[in-house]
Design a protein around this ligand. Structure first.
Ligand SMILES: *Cc1c(COP(=O)(O)O)cnc(C)c1O
Length: 407
């Protein structure tokens, strides 16, 4: 007899599932628990990672009012550049990547840094630990700050400490799919007590409570509980993905279609903090199992001819929300995507473009220098989920199709 199986969709990242008892949590101090786990100063909690960045930038602007540019990696989340809209007159200067990886090109970074530079953003993309030391050295020479964008890296360690502690400011994201989630939230901290104090004040002054946003996010968080499972994700993730791809809109397919209106600034409500605090108790074990799974698979992927897997810089111990893979050329990457993007196996692309190719970002950019390595990264990269729902059997299917695209 034929059996109808429901459509199954593995999520593109290893988000920590929410349980019923998390939604029922009556106590829990998220900021304190994060501080105790990560050994960071008691962090500020914001409505998003981007809002955390906005707060950090405003604090730095007050300190250095004459500095008006922000240097960011040319391949990163468009929201990072859009944050500058809320910090006039700040403009964004994309710095090219070093070839074949997520670090910035230090030679270009040194050329771009000057007395107008407010800060340099170092991004621990894909949970991989990026090179903060070089940025500290280069930015320090012109008196600019370093912000660690660890939106995808909560739990990653650099030199034995949490990421975010080497730079002047660090932040994590609690958006859906980034590990721990409260539907949308941010975690902001500084190792420097004076900066931490200023961040606290600016948070209190600039993030008002918004009943509308809070109710919307609570509904989204309950939706995450209800649908974040292989049988549910088809409806809320797989179907819209396929519809966007069918329309030839990969930017919408990966949810990159942000505008400045995608960045509300409000307080993170107490109920959602408690839900995340309850889920947080499962996160360290979840990340550890994820790391073991990912390292086995990274070893297999690295054997494919011409394929490279992005790894941590020396001294880094990252986390593995997904595995970021570079194919030998754009044609091979596109062949893989043609075979796997709509297969429900959690293979997708990270950001579709380098920053200069997003129309919504363009007005915030300083005149562009070419960013050939970031363009190349956008053309050759793909991501493979590290969700526990991608079983070894399903992963071997991914390997088969990767091999097929390489011949
Ligand atoms: C998601 C993300 C952000 C923004 O975080 P939100 O919580 O979505 O605002 C910033 N940087 C990177 C690298 C990200 O992936």
């Amino acid at each position: 007899m034929m059996r109808l199986t429901p459509p199954v969709e593995i999520p593109p990242t290893a988000g920590l599932p929410i349980e019923w008892r998390d939604l029922m949590a009556f106590s829990g101090d998220l900021a304190q628990q994060l501080s105790d786990w990560l050994l960071i100063p008691r962090p500020l909690l914001t409505c998003s990672g981007t809002a955390a960045l906005v707060i950090a930038l405003r604090v730095l602007q007050r300190r250095y009012p004459d500095r008006t540019t922000l240097i960011v990696p040319a391949y990163t989340c468009p929201l990072v550049a859009l944050a500058a809209f809320y910090c006039p007159p700040l403009t964004v200067v994309p710095c090219d990547l070093a070839a074949g990886g997520i670090n910035m090109d230090n030679r270009q970074l040194a050329l771009l840094c000057d007395q107008h530079t407010l800060a340099v953003v170092v991004t621990h993309l894909a949970g991989r630990v990026a090179d903060v030391d070089s940025a500290l050295h280069i930015a320090g020479a012109v008196g600019a700050a370093v912000i660690e964008d660890a939106a995808q890296g909560m739990g990653a360690q650099d030199g034995g400490n949490s990421v975010g502690l080497k730079g002047d400011v660090g932040f994590f994201s609690m958006a859906m799919g980034k590990g721990l989630t409260c539907a949308e939230g941010g975690v902001l901290f500084s190792r420097d007590p004076a900066l931490q104090q200023a961040l606290t004040q600016t948070c209190q002054q600039t993030l008002p409570f918004s009943l509308g946003w809070e109710l919307r996010r609570i509904a989204e968080l309950w939706g995450y509980w209800a649908f974040y499972r292989p049988g549910g994700l088809y409806w809320v993730y797989g179907r819209p993905l396929r519809a966007a791809l069918a329309k030839g809109d990969p930017v919408a397919a990966v949810g990159d279609d942000f505008t400045v209106r995608s960045i509300p600034l409000h307080r993170l409500g107490h109920y959602r903090r408690r839900v995340a605090a309850s889920a947080l108790r499962r996160l360290p074990g979840f990340l550890l199992r994820g790391k073991q799974r990912a390292l086995d698979r990274v070893a297999l992927l690295s054997q494919l001819p011409g394929v490279s897997v992005i790894n941590d810089n020396p001294g880094g111990q990252g986390i593995w929300p997904f595995i970021l893979v570079l194919m030998p050329d754009a044609a091979a990457r596109d062949a893989v995507m043609a075979s796997l993007w709509t297969a429900g196996l959690g293979v997708t692309r990270l950001f579709i473009h380098a920053l200069g190719d997003y129309p919504a970002v363009l007005p915030l950019l300083a005149p562009l220098s070419p960013t050939p390595c970031a363009d190349d990264f956008a053309a050759r990269s793909l991501s493979i989920t590290n969700s526990p729902w991608l079983t070894d059997r399903l992963f071997s299917e991914v390997m088969l199709r990767l091999r097929a695209a390489l011949t």
